[in-house]
Design a protein. Structure first.
Length: 102
């Protein structure tokens, strides 16, 4: 049986949370993010300007921006989740230790 200790367990938990958070951000906020990028992104406007001059670039700039934004938010949210769980676990141990000492 595979033993998961320390860093391996944390890495597995981080990747699980990363994919879960990324999927939820994409599912619930994907359309709003796409609308925001199409109205406020300088890179998207640059892509449209290049496309109108006749150079044939692939149509992947908006999707690339969306994927990078979703993956970055998934990474930040999964790291924040692991930090919050770690802090709660540490504070719970300290409370249990001080209640036994009293």
């Amino acid at each position: 049986m595979l033993q998961n200790h320390g860093a391996v367990r944390t890495l597995i938990a981080w990747f699980t949370l990363f994919f879960a958070w990324s999927a939820s951000v994409l599912w619930f906020q994907g359309v709003a993010l796409m609308k925001f990028m199409m109205s406020n992104s300088s890179l998207f406007a640059y892509d449209l300007a290049l496309r109108s001059t006749g150079t044939l670039l692939p149509d992947g700039i908006p999707l690339m921006l969306l994927a990078l934004l979703v993956l970055a938010s998934g990474a930040v949210l999964s790291t924040g989740s692991l930090v919050a769980v770690s802090l709660l676990r540490t504070s719970r141990r300290q409370v249990a230790h001080f209640s036994r000492a009293a």
